[in-house]
Write a protein that binds this ligand. Structure first.
Ligand code: ADP
Length: 468
C-alpha cells in the first residue's frame, strides 16, 4: 500500500483520508486468490469493514477527489447534504457537483472554492462561510475542510469533509441581530447622557464645584467608553453579516495617507510621540514639522486602490490609535509602499510590543492581550476584528509583526490598480452615476505637498504573508 500523507487536518480528517484512500485503492485492486495469507486477508477485510462502517455512518459528507479532479468516493453523508447519489457523483469532476455561492447568492468562481484553493496551495483549507447549491438548486450553509493527499510530496488528490451548518448560521444571525438592535438602541440614551455631562462640564453653561467636576469628568470618560463599545458592537455585528455600508471608489493612497497623517498628528503630539509618513521606499515626511514650501513638487508613484475611503480611514485610524495607546515614548510611522500588484500601508510604533503567542488571536472578536498595559488602558478588543473584516471586503490582508519591548508594525495589503485601470473605473463609475470626483489624487488641494502624477515607478520587495 502506498504511503499517503494528509497535510494538516484533525483526527477525523486523518481517519477519513486513510479510510478513503484505502477504500478507493482496495476497490480497484484485483482480488487475491483465496488460500494466500488468510490471516492478513481477514485482517484487511476487518479493516475494510470498519472503514466502511465509519464512512457510511457519519453524518458529515466525505469526498475523495483524484488529481484529475474526478470524484472517487462519495459517502452517504455527502449524498444527504448535496442531493447527489453516490453512483451519480462518483466519476464526475468535482466542479459539476460542488457549486458555491456567497451570502448574496452570487456564484463564487471555481478558483476560489475550497477544493481549488487546497489544490493550488497544497495546504489544508477550512471554509466556514461556504454556501453550497444542492442538486435540486437549494442553497445550504456548509462548513468545509479540504486537505490535500500527498504522496512523496506530490499532490495525488484531495479529501473534503463537510457539514450542513444551516442551524448554527441561523442562530449566529439571530445573535448578531440581537447585538445589533440592542447596541443601536442603547447608543441613543448613552449619547444623551454624554451630551448632558458635557454641558455640566462646560463652565459657560453650568457652575459646579471642583469635587463635582472631578466626578463628572470620570462619568464623562466612562460614558464615552460605553458609547464606543456600543458603536464597536454595532459595527462588528454589521461586519459579520455583511451590512457594513461600503461605497468603494478609486482612491490614490499617496495623497490620502498624507492628508490622514496630518489629521492624526495632534493625537500623536498629545502623547509626545513623533509622527512621520514614509512613501515609497525612503521619502520621509515629518508630519509634526512644517509643510514643504508652496509649489515644491515631489515625484512619486501613484498607489491606486478601489476602497471606501471612510472605511479605510476607520481601519488606519484604529491602528494609529492603538499605536498611540500602546506606545509610551518614541515615534509612530505611517508608511505606504507597493509593487505591481499590491499597495501596502503600514503603521509602525516603538511601543510595548505584542507577545508572540497572542499574535494569532489578535484579529478575533474581543481579544485583548492580558498584561498590565491592557488592564490599565481601556479598549473593547473589537477594533482589530472590525479592521480585518473591512480589509477583507476589498480582498486585502492585514497582519502584524511585533517584538516585545521594541514595537509593532501592522501591515495592510490591498490589490493595486494601474493608472489605466483606475481611470477606466472612474469613467465607468461616472457613467453609472457612481461617485464622480472620487479620484483622490496627490494634486488635490487638501494635500500639503504638490506632488506630480507619475505611474507606478517602483516595485520594491514588500513584506508579505500567506493569510490574515
Ligand atoms: P482594543 O480596543 O483593546 O485596543 P483592538 O482589537 O484594537 O482592541 O486590539 C486588540 C489588542 O491588541 C489590544 O487589546 C492590545 O492588547 C493589542 N494591540 C493592538 N495594537 C497594539 C499595538 N500597536 N501595540 C501593542 N499591542 C497592541
Amino acid at each position: 500500500m502506498q504511503n499517503y500523507v494528509i497535510a494538516g487536518g484533525g483526527v477525523l480528517v486523518a481517519v477519513v483520508v486513510i479510510t478513503a484512500a484505502w477504500v478507493a485503492i482496495a476497490r480497484k485492486r484485483p482480488r487475491r486468490p483465496a488460500g494466500g495469507n488468510s490471516k492478513l486477508a481477514s485482517s484487511l477485510r476487518d479493516e475494510q469493514t470498519k472503514n466502511s462502517i465509519i464512512l457510511n455512518s457519519i453524518g458529515d459528507g466525505v469526498v475523495l477527489i483524484d488529481n484529475q479532479g474526478v470524484i472517487q468516493l462519495f459517502n452517504p453523508g455527502a449524498s444527504a447534504i448535496t442531493g447527489w447519489k453516490r453512483e451519480e457523483a462518483e466519476g464526475l469532476n468535482w466542479k459539476s457537483v460542488f457549486n458555491f455561492v456567497d451570502s448574496r447568492s452570487v456564484a463564487i468562481p471555481e478558483d476560489r472554492s475550497p477544493f481549488a484553493r487546497a489544490q493550488v496551495g497544497s495546504q489544508p483549507v477550512r471554509d466556514n462561510s461556504a454556501n453550497l447549491v444542492t442538486k435540486s438548486g437549494n442553497t445550504i450553509a456548509t462548513s468545509f475542510s479540504v486537505s490535500p493527499v500527498l504522496n512523496n510530496n506530490q499532490l495525488t488528490g484531495l479529501v473534503g469533509v463537510f457539514r450542513d451548518v444551516s442551524e448554527e448560521r441561523k442562530e449566529e444571525t439571530q445573535r448578531a441581530e440581537f447585538i445589533s438592535t440592542a447596541s443601536h438602541e442603547m447608543r441613543t440614551p448613552v449619547a444623551a447622557i454624554e451630551g448632558y455631562l458635557s454641558l455640566a462640564l462646560n463652565e459657560k453653561v453650568a457652575t459646579i464645584d471642583s469635587r463635582a467636576k472631578d466626578y463628572l469628568e470620570k462619568a464623562h470618560t466612562s460614558t464615552k467608553h460605553l458609547g464606543q463599545l456600543f458603536q464597536d458592537l454595532l459595527n462588528s455585528a454589521k461586519a459579520e453579516d455583511g451590512r457594513l455600508t461600503n461605497h468603494p471608489e478609486v482612491v490614490e493612497l499617496g495623497g490620502y495617507m498624507e492628508q490622514l497623517t496630518s489629521d492624526l498628528h495632534f493625537a500623536a503630539q498629545k502623547k509626545n510621540l513623533a509622527l512621520e509618513f514614509i512613501i515609497g521606499n525612503n521619502e520621509v515626511i515629518d508630519a509634526t514639522g512644517p509643510s514643504p514650501a508652496a509649489g515644491e513638487k515631489v515625484v512619486r508613484p501613484l498607489y491606486y486602490v478601489n476602497v471606501d475611503p471612510d472605511r479605510l480611514r476607520e481601519v488606519i485610524t484604529n491602528l494609529f490609535d492603538n499605536a498611540c495607546k500602546y506606545t509610551d515614548t518614541g515615534k509612530i510611522t505611517l508608511g505606504l509602499t507597493g509593487n505591481d500588484s499590491v499597495v501596502q500601508v503600514y503603521i509602525r510604533d516603538t511601543g510595548h510590543g505584542i507577545p508572540t503567542e497572542d499574535i494569532p488571536h489578535l484579529f478575533q472578536k474581543f481579544y485583548r492581550v492580558d498584561n498590565s498595559a491592557t488592564r490599565t488602558i481601556g479598549g473593547t478588543g473589537l477594533g482589530l476584528f472590525i479592521s480585518r473584516k473591512i480589509i477583507e471586503l476589498y480582498q486585502g490582508r492585514i497582519w502584524v509583526e511585533s517584538t516585545i519591548g521594541k514595537g509593532s508594525t501592522f501591515y495592510i495589503n490591498l490589490p493595486r490598480l494601474t493608472t489605466q485601470q483606475a481611470q477606466a473605473k472612474i469613467s465607468q463609475q461616472t457613467q453609472t452615476g457612481g461617485p464622480s470626483s472620487d479620484l483622490i489624487t496627490p494634486d488635490a488641494p487638501s494635500t500639503p505637498t504638490g506632488a506630480v502624477s507619475q505611474d507606478a515607478v517602483s516595485a520594491p520587495a514588500i513584506p508579505s504573508r500567506n493569510s490574515s
